[in-house]
Design a protein around this ligand. Structure first.
Ligand code: ZN
Length: 365
């Protein structure tokens, strides 16, 4: 059987708890070493633990010359996609594709709160993919975000305040274009803790845990390929391979081809961002040559995705997530980041499988 052509519906889950159980079961079947990092600051709605789980196959930490490390759930609710692909990697024996001396490290739900609560942010409203920077060295200003913060976060979700904000947003998009609006919203901001795409003023639990995992699993390796799974930008089921411009981007193009896009070159669906996950390696795995790419899978139209984030921000700040309206907003944000249909899952797995093979070849070279 060609596993890349099988329909991998069963690898994907309906919620965080199911995803965690599936991941751990698949890891055990594959003979992986498992570890778990519990977030002490928050819990599941039913009181259950929230953990980031790590499965490792191949040479032990410290003994691996190379590492393929794949992370899911950086943006919480986007974890449905990455989790399904990680289970697929375990079920299809992806570690057997890797060159000698190379370990496979799968980091499941690095932002478990966001996954479980269907949010893109961490428990402290932080965008983890804007949080990975040296917070002692100051924070970039984002005047474009400052200009629209009030429009994005109306106090009342119904009535004249919201209507005026929507009208102003429509005017902004008409004048500047949808991508300019996306850039202003999503580039990352460090001045509005209750706002969207807030990068924080200190490392979140997830960012600290990410560093702990890199330290434990990558230190001593000469080369690392890092895949970070995301959803929410692009056409339904399509995948854009994104690399931050630099030496890593050149390697990424060699490994994954010319389809690699870079926000700095203005050819990506993503805005230029600061503090992304690849910066987690800074100062830890100095001796490791790291090649990070984000796999960005399309779900819904961009405006709908941004509206879902706006609604989610409102319901956690001013509304009640457990109310009927809150539940509707939770469905809205889940739909915005998860193409919960067999065809979508088969398509995204086909790309993930191909990229894993390309990473394996790149690491072998
Ligand atoms: Zn994302």
């Amino acid at each position: 059987m060609n596993l890349s052509e099988s329909v991998p519906d069963s690898w994907f889950s309906a919620d965080y708890a199911e995803a965690r159980a599936k991941f751990r079961a698949a890891a055990e079947r594959a003979g992986a070493a498992l570890s778990a990092y519990r977030n002490p600051d928050t819990r599941q709605a039913d009181g259950g633990d929230l953990t980031t789980d790590v499965a490792r196959l191949g040479p032990a930490p410290g003994a691996a010359a190379k590492v393929l490390i794949a992370s899911s759930g950086t943006h919480g609710v986007e974890g449905f996609c990455g989790s399904g692909c990680q289970v697929g990697m375990l079920e299809t024996g992806a570690h057997r594709l890797l060159p000698a001396g190379c370990a496979l490290v799968l980091v499941h739900a690095i932002n478990p709160y966001g996954f479980a609560w269907l949010r893109r942010v961490t428990e402290d409203n932080i965008d983890l993919n804007r949080n990975n920077l040296d917070h002692g060295a100051g924070h970039p200003a984002n005047p474009k975000y400052a200009g629209i913060h009030d429009l994005l976060t109306p106090r009342d979700w119904h009535g004249p305040g919201r209507e005026a904000a929507d009208t102003a947003i429509a005017a902004y998009i008409k004048e500047h274009g949808l991508f300019a609006f996306q850039e202003a919203v999503s580039g990352g901001q460090y001045d509005y803790p209750d706002g969207l795409f807030y990068g924080g003023r200190a490392l979140s639990w997830s960012a600290r845990t990410w560093r702990e995992i890199i330290e434990a699993h990558c230190r001593g390796a000469g080369r690392a390929a890092h895949l970070d799974f995301h959803t929410g930008l692009g056409d339904y089921g399509a995948c854009e391979i994104i690399s931050v411009e630099g030496a890593g981007a050149e390697r990424a193009r060699l490994w994954y081809g010319d389809e690699v896009k870079s926000p700095e070159k203005n050819d990506s669906l993503s805005a230029v961002v600061t503090g992304s996950m690849e910066n987690g390696f800074d100062g830890i795995a100095q001796e490791t040559e790291v090649t990070t790419v984000a796999l960005e899978y399309g779900t819904r139209p961009l405006y709908d995705v941004l509206e879902a984030l706006r609604a989610d921000n409102w319901v956690h700040l001013h509304g009640d997530p457990a109310s009927e309206e809150g539940k509707a907003i939770k469905r809205q944000i889940r739909d915005a980041f998860y193409g919960d249909e067999p065809e979508w899952k088969a398509t995204i797995w086909a790309t993930a499988d191909r990229v894993v093979r390309q990473a394996a070849a790149g690491l072998a070279g």
